[in-house]
Design a protein around this ligand. Structure first.
Ligand SMILES: Nc1nc2c(ncn2[C@@H]2O[C@H](COP(=O)(O)OP(=O)(O)O)[C@@H](O)[C@H]2O)c(=O)[nH]1
Ligand SMILES: [Mg+2]
Length: 319
């Protein structure tokens, strides 16, 4: 059993993200010796890029899309003998990755809270994902984030399945001084969510954060339970929570949860431990939904608002 009281609120300021991906890109791009952007030269760089992306766990479909757009961009370059090939290649790759990391819609949690407040309703946010990806800790981090921004929240202990899950959420609630609405293990998670929404409505609490059970994504009972939670609590926002360390399994999870539940955004955790770094790029491309937060550690403050620029700065060499 993890000792939750050990969680402090210290900031982990020096987080080295996507170490391996950056190193491979840097190494490959140092070697760029091409002197033209002929179809042959482009194919050569593209092959190198493809290998790097696949090795660093960017999904195959995402890799293909990046390479396709990258090759197209390079083929449109007007190259002269004064051009700096390496800089052209880097700029083009940055542009392509930025497109991939910027889905059509973006999500600002605080804006959603403000709108719900104007309507005098609590904002209802539900968290979904398989076991161990960090749903419960994300709820605690977001509870703290909302508090730091001047908004109140209540936690709904909707994982009534896994032993210890209610106590785990309760411990976070105690640490953060946030109320937890819970029933017994085995009780109806949708009823817990419903209670929490009633509690928030009657007490004027701004946000309801609903924890849910994980199990395996292939478990059809789980999907039925999660759909029932959605039907009863009608969440304003549904967040898929994923673990960056799970590589390609993450891609099938986000696809499935999106299909069965319909997600609004993803939270990607354990970025602090993800040396490969392909997950963030793939999750956005595959789900066509933004990442709203990155989990970068086990402290309550280890939550970063997502920014494509931060990811790019971490992946691409600057010179
Ligand atoms: N290093 C790291 N660990 C995390 C992060 N998010 C969650 N964890 C750890 O992952 C484990 C599972 O988290 P939990 O919230 O219980 O996952 P859940 O089963 O989805 O509710 C715990 O040990 C967390 O401390 C993160 O961003 N970085
Ligand atoms: Mg949990």
């Amino acid at each position: 059993m993890i000792e939750w009281s050990n969680l402090s609120c210290k900031r982990n300021s020096e987080i080295l993200l996507f170490d391996q991906l950056r190193k491979s890109v840097s190494k490959a791009f140092k070697k760029i010796t091409i002197t033209d952007f002929s179809a042959k030269s482009i194919a050569k760089i593209n092959k190198e890029l493809k290998d790097i992306l696949i090795k660093n766990e960017v999904a195959v479909k995402t890799t293909d899309e990046i390479c396709k757009r990258f090759a197209k961009k390079l083929s449109e370059i007007e190259y002269t003998r004064f051009s700096n090939a390496r800089s052209i290649v880097l700029t083009s790759l940055r542009e392509v990755l930025l497109e991939i990391l910027t889905p059509s819609q973006s999500i600002d949690l605080i804006e959603h809270v403000k709108i719900a407040k104007e309507r005098k309703n609590p904002l209802v946010v539900a968290f979904f994902g398989v076991n161990g990806v960090g749903k419960t800790l994300s709820i605690a981090k977001i509870g703290k984030y909302l508090m730091d921004n001047g908004y109140s929240s209540v936690f709904a202990a909707g994982d009534t399945f896994r032993a210890g899950s209610i106590q785990q959420l309760q411990k976070h609630g105690d640490n953060l001084n946030i109320r937890v609405i819970a029933q017994n293990y085995g009780s109806d998670a949708a009823a817990v969510a419903y209670d929490a929404i009633n509690h928030a409505t009657s007490k004027g609490i701004d946000v309801v954060l609903i924890d849910t059970a994980g199990r395996m994504e292939t478990n059809s009972n789980l999907m039925a339970e999660l759909q029932k939670i959605c039907k009863v609590s009608e969440p304003d926002l549904k967040f898929f929570v994923g673990d960056a360390l799970t590589g390609n399994a993450l891609i099938s999870q986000v696809k499935l949860f999106n299909q069965k539940i319909g997600i609004d955004a993803s939270i990607l955790n354990k970025i602090d431990a993800d040396v490969k770094g392909g997950a963030a790029v793939s999750v956005i491309h595959i789900s066509e939904k933004p990442i709203i937060f990155l989990g970068v550690g086990q402290n309550y403050e280890d939550l970063e608002s997502f920014s494509a620029e931060i990811i790019l700065d971490n992946i691409l060499p600057t010179k």
